[in-house]
Each structure stands twice: as structure tokens, then as C-alpha cells.
Design a protein around this ligand. Sequence first.
Ligand code: ADP
Length: 402
Amino acid sequence: MNILVINAGSSSLKYQLLNPETGELPAKGLCERIGIDGKFTYKPQVEGKQVLDAIDVAMPTHSEAIAAVLDILVDPVDGVIKSVDEIDAVGHRVLHGGMEFSDSCIIDDEVIKAIEKCIPLGPLHNPANLMGIRACQAVMPKTPQVAVFDTAFHMTMPPKAYRYAIPKEYYENDDIRRYGFHGTSHKYVAKRTAELVGKKNFKMVNCHLGNGSSLSAIKDGKCMDTSMGLSPLAGVPMGTRSGDIDACVVQFICNKYNMSVDDCLTMLNKKSGMLALSGVSSDFRDLGDGADKGNEDCKLALEKFAYEVAKYVGAYAAALNGIDVLTFTAGVGENDGLVRGMVCDYLGFMGVKLDPELNKSRGKEMVISTPDSKVQVWVVPTNEELMIAQDTAELVNAAKAK
Ligand code: ADP
């Protein structure tokens, strides 16, 4: 089975052709500068096929971008499939499913309307995701399309976790509540961890630590709480996002500097976090290098990050009445033993014991705790595209079986 996984942004579109059963990845790539000058990248993962790196291809809209993707995938020389009919379905990443979607679903007119309804909650991403969906419908009208939402995995949270303590009318009239993001990654890691530990019923905290970071408290595979909120700004500090912050900071800055709320939020999303604390970079590799050279601001950025991540782990361990497993994933979680070590140093009180040798590992699926650690600590590399492909295949196969 071949699933085309699409992640459409406003001027870009990432694609992967994947086999959901084996995880095999015949090709992937990226369309950039859609609506501007159009740059096309194609990375076949099969021997002897030519890589295209940011070549000029006219892409006035997402439709031409998808057409270019299909053209190269079926190219007689450099393609990896013979015809578009070999693509069984398309799985689209959609950022915000609001209260409309608690699971992935096959796209029809009703689903498109519901995704449109969620635009106020995901004003930047949902319109772009819809452009990707409409472009695929136009170019491959017979192929089933599935929407996989970044928020859906978190819809199992109880009200005490998702409600904000503000007047009820904002929840009832405007759907203002905690939603959470990175849901596809948290779902993948939860599912994979259950396979690795060989149990279905257990309690875990997953730390998705990348450029954007979020933690989820997960019981028996279901999300009980998560650190991001109505938007991805909430939770731990991130590469360029502040994370949780007293709302009065916004009021103070807007009043004092005559700044609009939108501009202040752009500052909190794009110029804050590790970038702001270090004054050097949002990239954790640069922070590590800086700290090694004695840069105190880089040290503070790393210390703040590890401290806040550990506080969330402690809070979620309390929320779940103890945890069995702690997992690390995404760019930092998978690769940065220093950060993992700094986080786990705070967690000795609950019996977390890292093996320093195992913790040196990078990017590999493995246990990094000692055999006598009360909580098993794992590195589980995430694979959002594979999760999207698996959800898509499952829905399409179920529909066929009906
Ligand atoms: P995104 O949120 O953009 O998907 P990623 O999950 O790819 O982000 O994570 C990007 C972050 O991972 C960057 O800050 C990068 O520095 C960090 N990272 C990647 N590889 C390493 C590494 N080997 N050591 C430390 N940090 C790393």
C-alpha cells in the first residue's frame, strides 16, 4: 500500500510517499515558495534515482505543486511508482480540529466545512492545510483523502485538564479551552512505547522536545493532559516561544511600548524562548556549544528549559498518581543527552535513575534508565508521517471493507 502524506503550509508543502505497513519510504520532498517563484525538492530513497534540490518549477498555487509531486513520482526514469493509481490514499496533516474532531477522518464536504469552522482557532495553518486538501482533490479526484489533526489525540483530556478558569461563556460561545498540539507525535510515541514495554495499561509522560516542545500525560494510551493550550505558545519555553507566561506581561508591554496585542504575541512566539534567554540561538546545539565555552546566558537557557520540563513531568506524575515510563522524542529529546540528563536530575525523588552511558545515545530507540530505576526512561524517535500514513490506511481499509 502507498500513502502520500502531505503537510501543506501557506507557501510550502512537504510530502512523503510511505508504506504504512512496513514504514518503507520510497520518496519524500518539499515544494517551497508556492505562489512566489516555486522551488521543488525531490529525494527518492531508492538507489540510482536522481535527487532534485530546490529546482525552479512554476507553482502559482498548491495545485501546481501537487501536480509536480505526482509528475516526478511517476516519472519513467526517476519516479518510484508507475502510475498515480498506485497511490491508495492521501493523508493530510491538519493543525486544528477544534472540538469538531477527536480522531482522523475521511475527507468529504462536511469535513471540509468543519475544518473551515476551526479557522479562527488555527488562523495561519488551517487555511493552508485546506489549500493542500483542495489541490489534491482537484489533481487526484478519485483518490481518498484523510485528515489527521494535531489536536485530536488530546481530545480524551478530562474537563479539569482542558477548561480554563475564565468565564464559561468563552468556552460555550467561542470554544476557548486547552487543545494541545503535536498530537500525532504523542500518539505515535504512546503506541510505539506500548509495543516496546509490552503492555497496554500503564502511565507515562512523553516529552516531545524539539524546536517546538510539549509534554503529555498519557494513561493506557489516552491523553489525560498536555502542556500546549489553545495555541502552541503555552507550556515549556521553546526555541523561540516563551511558553507559559502571566497574561499581565502582555498588558504591561503593550501599554508601555504602544504595541498591539498581535505584535506582542509575535514577539512571544518568534523572538522569545531559548533565543531570547541565550541571546545567541534557538538551536539547542548552539546552546550546548555556547555553554561549553562558558557563555552564562546559554547555560541559563538550558537550565531554564530543563527546569520547566522537569516541573511539568513532576506535575503530570502527580496528575497520574505516579508514572511507569518517561519518554523523550523529537530533535532535542532524541539527540540531546545533556538536556535529558539535566531533566532527569530533578526526578530522582520519584525513583528516576538514568544510565549515563546509555544516555549518550543519539536518535536510537532504547531504554536509557538503569535496571533498578522505578520509572523506565526511553528514547523513542517520533515519526509523525508514519502515524498519518497508518491512520489513513486504517480508515481507507475500513471504508473498503464496508
Ligand atoms: P521541529 O519542532 O522544527 O520539528 P525538531 O524536532 O526537528 O524541531 O528539533 C529541532 C531541535 O532539535 C533544534 O533545536 C536542534 O538543535 C535540536 N537537535 C537536533 N539534533 C540535535 C543534536 N544532535 N543534539 C542536540 N540537539 C539537536
